[in-house]
Design a protein around this ligand. Sequence first.
Ligand code: KG4
Ligand code: ZN
Length: 338
Amino acid sequence: MIILGIETSCDETAAAVLSDEGTILSNVVLSQTIHYEYGGVVPELASRAHIRTLIPIIRESLSRASVELSDLGAIAVTFGPGLVGSLLVGLSAAKAIAYALDRPFIGVNHIEGHLFANFLEHDDLRPPLIHLIVSGGHTRLIHQPEMGRYRLLGQTLDDAAGESFDKVAKMLEIGYPGGPQIDRLSEQGDECFVDFPRAYLSGDSLDFSFSGLKTAVLNYLQPLDGDQIREHLADIAASFQAAVVEVLVEKTFRAAREHRIETVAVAGGVACNRRLRRELKQRADREGMTVRFPSPLLCTDNAAMIAAAGRFHLLQGDRSPLDLNAVANIDMQPAPAA
Ligand code: KG4
Ligand code: ZN
């Protein structure tokens, strides 16, 4: 079954086509740049931009995959979590295509989509797994005992990991999105320059909190003038990044140890971060474990991962009703059945 995937939950307009065998035939992602001048995503602008660009992006994905609309066997689309106005654009387009072609339609949970990026790229990856999902909107540790079953072990109590990168980058005035900038700058910085706090929370908690760290960076910057900040920009960025990464790595391996799981899969935009990848890899090597990441294009929001998660559900016989609604806040639940 050839599947068209559509993703419009935030500020990426994306469409992808998967082959009968589930391999990627095309994966087109348009990152909206309209938000850069505001230092964050403006929901109303995001949905308007999706309306303008989604149909051309879908056409491009079909053309790159060398398939016609009529070749499609099913349509998969993100139904939540995300910005409701943005989700509705993708959802409406997907329903219209499915209805017009009389093909099955499936709503995909965006977080489950991120997790499927690893299954798309690593054929041999099988549960049981610990997943670390780190993006602009989510920071979650998930235990997956078998395909299709998930247990949330921990999540952020305030800012998501990517959100903290974006907010600190804004304080440092180095642009949006902040993660890639901080990652790049940190490569030349001294991570021991500032000893920022690590929030491990009480006892053996697997939850995260990044708002204290964000405030610590703000308090550190407040007495400094522009020249002092610029002189040590890379050091401050590296010190902040080290504090985020240390907690993410520690809690991920704690979760793996507690559940006696030997393979960790990391996904979401922050999974692009070079220090996070390095530290997880070193720790896994030391402990005789395995860690998997998707390639960078599949870490950040894309529609191939949505099509892959949709494919899994479709092959199980799941279908969504054409009156499926967008849901802004949702945990790991799948879409209601048709
Ligand atoms: O998964 P994603 O594209 O969208 C959401 O579902 O939120 O993640 C975007 C987030 C942004 O916060 C961005 O700053 C962060 O991922 N990000 C990074 C890096 N690349 C993207 N954070 C740290 N290091 C990176 N290299
Ligand atoms: Zn995402």
